[in-house]
Design a protein around this ligand. Sequence first.
Ligand SMILES: [Cu+2]
Length: 578
Amino acid sequence: MGASLLPSSLAILCVWFLFPAGLAVASITRHYKFDIKMQNVTRLCHTKSIITVNGQFPGPRIVAREGDRLIIKVVNHVPNNISIHWHGIRQLLSGWADGPAYITQCPIQTGQSYVYNFTISGQRGTLFWHAHISWLRATVYGPLVIFPKRGVPYPFPKPYKEVPIIFGEWFNADTEAIINQSLQTGAGPNVSDAYTINGLPGPLYNCSAKDTFKLKVKPGKTYLLRLINAALNDELFFSIANHTVTVVDVDAIYMKPFQTDILLITPGQTTNILLKTKPSYPNATFLMSARPYATGQGTFDNSTVAGILEYEAPTKHPRSSTVSIKKLPLMKPTLPALNDTAFAFNYTTRLRSLANAQFPANVPQTVDKRFFFTVGLGTNPCPKNQTCQGPNNSTKFAASVNNFSFILPSTALLQAHFFGQNGVYTTDFPSTPLIKFNYTGTPPNNTSVMNGTKAVVLPFNTTVELVMQDTSILGAESHPLHLHGFNFFVVGQGFGNYDPRKDRKNFNLIDPVERNTVGVPSGGWVAIRFRADNPGVWFMHCHFEVHISWGLKMAWIVLDGNLPNQKLPPPPADLPKC
Ligand SMILES: [Cu+2]
């Protein structure tokens, strides 16, 4: 299994229990060190100094098995503050290691370090890690691969090889300058210059052919591709020319397998697919391409990233094979239109949990607390004595949940919560919008948001049903909402305004997809359920970085339970200070 993925040189295996039968079943501790440092990287003939982990772009791959403990020392050698989030890891009773800056920790300052220490429990599949402060995740991201426990097979045929494919966005300009300028003027930020596959933009961009991801395969084999969307601001369609793939896993949860030619993956989502190569050498090479699914009114990078699927030639003279491959026809995939919402809706409707005895879907069948959140754009007024370039050239873009645009505090919410520090946040986040309107109809004249640092408090083990409703304020748009600390079940989705009487009776409580990031349909709604069984402070936000910057984020505070194993332990001694 996955020889290319097995422990990298960074991992030091500390504990290794062998049972008498010779079967290693116990978990181990894996150590990694992340040195945050600057590195010159060139793409599209532009060289720039970027923030990296260990000088690598994309960053190093973390590999573990279900049940393992990860101990990752992050040392900050750059001028910027940094924090790292282990995206999709449940962080059971380890909320101090979750990573979002000013939510679970103060950022790691220049010259400082912090050790992230957590155990992977009940999860196997593909996740990723990324910086969680400002726009630093533009270059600071990498795969997090979780194998099943030793000796436990996949619920699908064992792949011949496993390959992570991580999508990103390349900006020729400095991304911190881009977002800082945007927040200053109130206008939308400049868009990326290219999308990337494993850091490479591929042959469809100028000065880029040499930076192309190539997947070399043998005929008649099954490959497990671990797709990750680490792009800042764009959902992506993905397809491999002349190949149908089987989706087997999303967000590190096994799925009922289904076949498709085209995938959709939002920022923050992962998808494992099986690629069965053609039974014999096909005399062609194949592009694998991704380009955006975009529904908003603003400008976006509408370019296409491509990698190449190349079959090993059936020749006894390997040196001659590269020559012949160059002459082969290059097949190109057909991707949906950039705004194909019908495709997006039909695709996401096909995702179903495996929901069998070994991997059950523990959907909460009863609900303790219901929430209805609007998500969307809005405006803030232009400060006096300043000109602004947001909507109407007189305001600043903002984004909100229930019309509250979240202001990051100057100390971490989890610290304030744990130590009972007052004045950092309030607990009056509304469970429904304070003003009701036709959310997906003609937008109201007043587009102003309110601003605050508000959280929802949940008693331990509360079962939550949350409906997230897109608004048409400044244009309907799909928003990939990501919840920290939990997986949730996507029990329903639809277009227009959510109608509880009509829509609730169609919820799927049997085998809904379980995940950590869901696209709220453009001009529609999505309903999720989860059990608040993990005490801590948990961020929920749109995974479009621009919308996070504009305030489309909020926090859930889950209280301790009564039992000793239902309480959040105190923070580690090296927790960064603000
Ligand atoms: Cu959004």
